[in-house]
Ligand binder design. Structure first.
Ligand SMILES: [Zn+2]
Length: 93
């Protein structure tokens, strides 16, 4: 665990690519998670692969199961992953 990391040397994906769209969405919800179904709504079917790519580029992304989210009550079946960007600081929960 790296403490006090204020910026990252992670590579920035090219604008307009799905990797970039996924990263922008994660940044928008920086202190919360983004459910996998949200990426599906953005027509990013292979979001798990995009998350994998972003991790390989050096972005710190945490994943968990959507059903473990403290207040979401999504109706989807099965184990859908949710993702959270840990780029700037630790989440406050
Ligand atoms: Zn969900």
């Amino acid at each position: 665990m790296q403490q006090g990391m204020l910026f990252t040397e992670a590579k920035e994906p090219k604008e307009g690519t799905d990797n970039h769209r996924v990263l922008e969405k994660l940044r928008e919800r920086r202190f919360d998670y983004v459910c996998g179904t949200h990426f599906l709504q953005m027509f990013i079917k292979d979001y798990a692969q995009r998350i994998h790519d972003l991790k390989n580029m050096g972005h710190r992304i945490e994943s968990a199961y959507c059903k473990e989210h403290p207040y979401w009550n999504h109706g989807h079946k099965g184990n859908v992953a949710m993702y959270s960007l840990k780029e700037f600081k630790e989440a406050p929960f």
